[in-house]
Write a protein that binds this ligand. Structure first.
Ligand code: MG
Length: 234
């Protein structure tokens, strides 16, 4: 039987790239900097690198929040306050909730049949607000945000904290769905649950993690999950 379904949030159910792009342009504008495509792309690259560093445990979440702006302003050769930038950015980002293609209809089809949980790396306030704006909260039994636990996906402690908060949880009745090989799929492998890679851009699995199933469209999930449910051991 398949009972528990963990969903990643960013770039699985909500379009983080769009939210991030909106937020950084608003931040640049607020600091009288050019909100150009080039500057937005520059920030996105720097920010992505910082999140990978956080996943690898090389920096803390608190360091990440301002250091990414420090690097950005260094590269742009301007003097601005990273703390001020972070404040504007956080507010703008928490208002950015754009559903990924077919996310709402898929959640609508699934939530009566399975216990859905969100597992997301990020700031509690921002992620909770974005889920609320997207009107997705009603689909989930609980929302697990890494900041609340003080540890991120893919670390085992993150998943242990989720598992202990789910009544009668059994690993063999669970599956995780996400777009990131390094946090969702690797996390699922470490935690010992089945993995579904949401891979709409048909990327290659280049980090050697175990992908049990792969989908390119969220609409594939209802059929996939019901076939898994039949094959799962009771
Ligand atoms: Mg993601």
């Amino acid at each position: 039987m398949l009972k528990t379904v963990f969903f990643d949030l960013d770039d699985t159910l909500l379009d983080f790239k769009k939210a991030e792009d909106n937020a950084i342009r608003e931040t640049l504008r607020a600091l009288s900097l050019d909100p150009s495509d080039e500057n937005a792309a520059r920030y996105s690259r720097i920010n992505g690198a910082h999140w990978k560093m956080l996943e690898r445990g090389e920096i803390t979440r608190k360091e990440l929040l301002t250091h990414r702006f420090e690097v950005l302003f260094d590269e742009l050769h301007v003097m601005r306050s990273p703390e001020a930038a972070q404040k504007v950015y956080e507010t703008a980002l928490s208002e950015g909730a754009f559903a990924m293609p077919n996310a709402i209809e898929t959640l609508t089809a699934l939530y009566r049949h399975y216990d859905l949980y969100l597992v997301t790396n990020g700031a509690d306030k921002i992620q909770s607000r974005r889920v609320q704006i997207a009107d997705m909260g009603k689909f989930f039994k609980n929302i697990f945000v890494s900041e609340r636990f003080g540890v991120n996906k893919p670390h085992i402690e993150f998943f242990e904290k989720c598992f202990e908060r789910i009544p009668d949880f059994k690993k063999e009745e669970a599956v995780i769905i996400g777009d990131s090989l390094s946090s969702d799929i690797k996390g699922g492998n470490i935690a010992g649950i089945r993995t579904i890679w949401y891979n709409p851009l048909h990327k290659t699995n280049d980090i050697g993690v175990i992908v049990h199933h792969e989908i390119a469209d969220l609409r594939e999930l209802p059929t996939l999950l019901s076939s898994l449910s039949e094959n799962f051991q009771d």
